[in-house]
Design a protein around this ligand. Structure first.
Ligand code: PLP
Length: 391
């Protein structure tokens, strides 16, 4: 039992089962079992060479040991603004970005700056679990808005509209989505942003996987003409540059919003890690397109996973255009947590239960093709096939 003085809303938050599943997977591996993880929301590639070189070189300079300015290194902010402007196709200045300690930190920074206790925040579902946890931690109410289209998981205004009330402060888009890999389609996104702007509701758009769209282009919520009125974008270098452990990401919002967010930044962390910002600056300057060079390989892995799942009569997945994920329906599954545990114990495959991403995710499993390579994906889906065939 947690001490009674811990806030009840924090006590009520459920940690997703990632850590227990990974700990059990490590135990099984240590016991000699051939565990394959399809649980990891990470890409397989390392940080680009210029980032590593910049970090090495930074260690020889005294400023690496000091605080950076609260909103981030000016050089990184300016370069990032330039890159985002050309990628998204909108005007972005250095003052419109705050460098954060990763995407999750950018999200909590946005919530702390913009959302009051008691506000409602709509999460199109299945949602990214950490979004729901952060909304609850902020004292706001997370409202699950399930996607009507359970094959493509496209997020549509018609899914969101019935949940909008006078208390709605924001709608969170996850584009492309963790856990479904579905990008927000440009027509849907423009409609959602427009309808919300008219109602004075914010869009908090987590575009962590903006550089992981394999067919067609990424649509950013910051591409609508008057995005500054109600849009905040979350981004990160974790996935694009394989820098998860470096803890560096960003918030993109109108300069007037960033100016307020910097107060919270100063009180929370002062600044993102200086060495990580230096490494990210080199990556943004020298190899912004780095993640795109892995698209062919990721498409290949997605195809292998799709073929493997298509051979399992009880599993159903319509491949999505981005992210690192398959969100597959399992016929007859009413307890995805139990199924996921069973798959680990009996098939030695790590999957993530769909119910971790909201009640509407029950009956699904999230499988990642970001880390496992093609032979492992083939092996893993073969094991799933035999598991469901009862072999
Ligand atoms: C949608 C989404 N947002 C944010 C994050 C967290 O990223 P970061 O490492 O930058 O905090 C993740 C990580 O899996 C994610 O999938």
């Amino acid at each position: 039992m947690p001490p009674a003085f811990v806030r009840s809303r924090i006590q009520g938050i459920e940690l997703p089962p990632f850590d227990p599943l990974n700990t059990r997977a490590a135990e099984l591996r240590a016991a000699g079992h051939p565990v394959i993880s399809l649980g990891q929301a990470v890409p397989f590639f390392p940080p680009p060479a210029p980032a590593l070189e910049a970090a090495r070189e930074a260690l020889t300079r005294p400023e690496v040991h000091r605080y950076a300015t609260d909103p981030g290194l000016p050089g990184l902010r300016a370069l990032l603004a330039e890159r985002l402007a050309s990628t998204i196709g909108t005007r972005v200045t250095r003052d419109d970005v705050v460098i954060t300690a990763g995407g999750n930190h950018a999200f909590t920074l946005a919530l702390t700056t913009l959302v009051d206790a008691g506000d409602e925040v709509i999460l199109p579902a299945p949602y990214f679990t950490n979004h729901q946890m952060a909304v609850v931690a902020a004292g706001a109410t997370a409202i699950e808005a399930p996607a009507a289209d359970r094959a493509t998981f496209a997020v549509r205004w018609t899914d969101i509209e019935p949940h909008v009330t006078s208390r709605t402060k924001a709608v969170v888009l996850c584009n492309p989505s963790n856990p479904t890999g579905a990008p927000v389609e440009p027509g849907d996104g423009a409609r959602i942003a427009g309808e919300l702007a008219r109602r004075g509701v914010l869009v908090i758009s987590d575009e962590t996987y903006m550089q992981f769209v394999y067919d067609g282009a990424h649509w950013s919520a910051a591409s609508v003409a008057d995005w500054r009125q109600n849009v905040v974008v979350i981004g990160t270098f974790s996935k694009s540059f394989g820098m998860m452990g470096w803890r560096v990401g960003f918030l993109l919002a109108d300069a007037a919003v960033c100016e307020q967010a910097v107060k919270v930044q100063d009180a929370m962390i002062i600044c993102a890690p200086t060495i990580s910002q230096m490494a990210a600056e080199a990556a943004v300057r020298d190899c912004w397109s780095y993640p795109l060079s892995f698209h062919d390989e990721l498409r290949r892995r997605r195809a292998v996973l799709a073929e493997g799942l298509a051979a399992i009569p009880r599993m159903h997945w319509t491949p999505t255009r981005g992210g690192l994920f398959a969100f597959a329906r399992v016929d007859g599954c009413a307890d995805s947590a139990a199924l996921s545990r069973d798959l680990l114990e009996r098939a030695y495959v790590v999957t993530i239960p769909g119910a971790s991403f909201g009640a509407s995710g029950e009956g699904f499993l999230r499988l990642s093709y970001g880390y496992a390579d093609a032979p492992e994906l083939e092996d893993a889906t073969g094991r799933l096939r035999r598991f469901f065939a009862g072999a």
